[in-house]
Design a protein around this ligand. Structure first.
Ligand code: GDG
Length: 498
């Protein structure tokens, strides 16, 4: 049943609702949790607020009626099949996603995709404008909705608008490739406050405004030309629901399932685990290559060592994702053909999505967690892994190209492009004495528990609510000369110290 209220003091706008409505062939409707890091994070935040969430419900055609789920008012936005193909799969995932992730695959530029992106962003802005109470706080999420802040400000100048970037913000040298770069920056500058995962992302944004819009900027502030407004861009790194997830991981059924998983894998001495959406940014191919070389060299061999790779299905209609899936499945087949023994596969490859309980059990079962993205805004899996290790067991191999590495630098760091270095990090994670691994795990857990998702949301909302009280550009003292972090971000070398 939808709630009686018609407007809300807090409105979230994100491409997807936290649940999908799936209509089966027999017409029955099922509500399913939708995948991905944004939903994981925001779901736990919304439980503490009486708010509304505007987003797509996952089926094409007319929007279903608004409905309530888990105490959140859900307001679906309708997307046609063409909207999904052009706005979502096209512009969001085949234009913006590659540009914002270091052009790991080439980006495609199509003007009709851009038209659809503008059209859908306008639809979101109108839906939010209708739901927001006078003076409401509106929190817009991610790269799919970068035009919403300015569109919403035109419709509802009374509301406070924040935007959070879940993915990296690219160096201006890459961002500048976008034919619609100015419109995207102007869209974002409709917000009062812009949040990013890393300082380097916020600085990349400010620098793009300076260079491409000729905007006046000072430190983390951008002056909006033709208005008296300044917009702040700052890093507020996202996190996980530490208490909730740890509670789940401590449940006896979850711990028993973890032991059962190890048992069914033949109780290997070392269980390695990867958990990723099947995405080229996640470095799955590099991870498999390093693992295969360790098998070739005889440094790892099943059944003593085995790798479980969960590859959650993702964006399967986008060409680059189909190609990636083919490559990964071929590689897994080759590795297993060469190195598996009967009853002891070298790689257990699972192209499925699992319930949260199963994920927590897998995390507990894994001796070494491999998080090796080529570029990742944050990577919640790294934080979830350490959260689940209340036994202080396990070791985290973590790419320097994730936002998480900037907080979890005690982890076994790796540059996934450097296969030799990646192999060394994997071997070090296995060979480090248990006592030292426990000390590392304790430090990692302390960081995540002190900076959980509730703290992230509170910090974000406090920054957003105080944004208009921020000093005007002229009143900000000049910052002391600091090293230019953009220079480091623009190079493939992640030399920014955590
Ligand atoms: C974007 C940014 C940023 C995965 N498979 C299953 C499952 N998952 C959950 C994980 C985790 C989430 O999905 C994935 O989050 P990540 O952060 O790893 O990655 P993205 O989806 O790319 O998220 C990322 C994030 O937004 C948040 O800001 O960190 O950088 O790219 O929570 O556990 N969950 C379940 N079954 C699965 O099979 N239940």
């Amino acid at each position: 049943m939808p709630s009686e209220r018609s407007t809300y003091d807090l409105v979230i706008a994100a491409n997807r609702l936290p649940v999908d409505r799936v209509t089966a062939d027999d017409g029955t409707v099922e509500i399913r949790r939708s995948p991905g890091g944004l939903v994981t994070a925001m779901e736990s935040v919304m439980r503490d607020h009486d708010g509304a969430w505007v987003g797509w419900a996952g089926e094409t055609g007319d929007a279903p009626e608004p409905f309530d789920d888990g105490g959140i008012h859900l307001h679906p936005v309708g997307l046609s099949a063409e909207d999904v193909a052009f706005y979502y799969e096209g512009f969001s995932n085949d234009t913006l996603w590659p540009i914002y992730h270091d052009v790991i695959v080439p980006a495609s530029f199509h003007r009709d995709w851009w038209q659809a992106y503008q059209r859908v962003n306008q639809r979101f802005a109108e839906a939010v404008a209708a739901l927001a109470a006078p003076g409401a706080t509106v929190w817009v999420h991610d790269y799919q909705l970068q035009l919403v802040p300015a569109m919403l400000r035109r419709l509802r100048p009374d509301v406070r608008i924040g935007w959070f970037d879940h993915i990296p913000f690219p160096p201006v040298e890459l961002f500048a490739q976008l034919p619609w770069r100015s419109q995207l920056l102007e869209g974002l500058l409709g917000a009062d406050f812009l949040g990013f995962q890393r300082q380097a992302d916020a600085r990349n944004f400010v620098r793009a405004c300076r260079q491409l819009l000729q905007a006046r900027t000072k430190r983390d502030l951008v002056h909006v030309e033709g208005s008296s407004r300044t917009v702040r861009a700052a890093a507020i790194p996202i996190s996980v629901d530490f208490k909730g997830l740890e509670r789940l991981a401590k449940q006896p059924e979850v711990m028993a399932r973890s032991a059962q998983i190890r048992e069914s894998l033949g109780n290997p001495k070392v269980l390695m685990l990867g958990v990723d959406r099947l995405d080229y940014t996640k470095g799955i191919r590099h991870r498999l290559k390093a693992y295969e070389e360790l098998l070739v060299e005889g440094r790892f061999s099943p059944p003593d060592v085995t790798l479980v790779q969960v590859a959650t299905p993702s964006r399967e209609r986008v060409g680059a994702y189909r190609t990636l899936r083919g490559e990964i499945e071929q590689t897994v087949g080759r590795i297993n053909g060469e190195y598996s023994r009967i009853g002891a596969p070298a790689v257990h490859y699972l192209h499925h999505s699992y319930p949260r309980e199963e994920m927590a059990a897998l995390f507990q079962a894994a001796d070494v967690m491999l998080v090796t993205p080529l570029r990742d805004g944050m990577n919640l899996v790294a934080k979830e892994y350490v959260t689940c290790r209340h036994d202080l067991g396990g070791a985290l191999v973590l790419s320097e190209f994730t936002g998480a590495w900037h907080e979890l630098h005690q982890a076994f760091a790796c540059n996934p492009h450097d296969i030799e270095g990646l192999k060394q990090a994997m071997v070090r994670a296995v060979n480090t004495p248990a006592k030292d691994r426990q000390r590392i795990m304790q430090a990692l857990r302390r960081r995540v528990s002190d900076h959980d998702v509730q703290r992230w949301a509170a910090r974000y909302l406090a920054a957003l609510r105080s944004a208009p009280d921020r000093p005007r550009l002229e009143q900000v003292a000049d910052a002391p000369a600091a090293p230019d972090p953009q220079a480091a971000e623009a190079s493939p070398d992640p030399v920014v110290a955590p």
